[in-house]
Design a protein. Sequence first.
Length: 154
Amino acid sequence: MAFTRIIGKTCGFIGYALQTACITHCTFEYVGDFVMCSGPSMEPTLQTNNVLFTEHVSPRLQRLRRGDIVICRSPSNPKQNICKRITGLPGDRVRGNFPRRNQVVPRGHVWLEGDNSSNSADSRTYGPVPEGLIRSRVVCRVWPLDKISLMSQY
């Protein structure tokens, strides 16, 4: 009798643990998650070791706007995520380094730039970025505590 009770409680615990793991995974994959910044490309807005809360809904619904800060896969290294600001949307005329100095952002792409233009590898270097590489939009900075802020005000 005690053995079946232990098995029942163990199975119940495993069931709750699996449910919690599934809910956590779905939340972080489809709703939002936390990202830690590294590198100088978004200074002074963001610094290395800032922790950001990001949401995944806007990129999926293609509701990104000029000025949004996004996390996306690097076009030059798909294993790396980058944090940049959207400065151009499809149809916008932008200034880059190659293949032409002035170009129009093609449909399905965005133009990304770091706030620290003198120390940022961005669309001025690698051109327009496919919207499919965008993983999330930054909502707010949550660390350090004395710099908690919404990113929509920047």
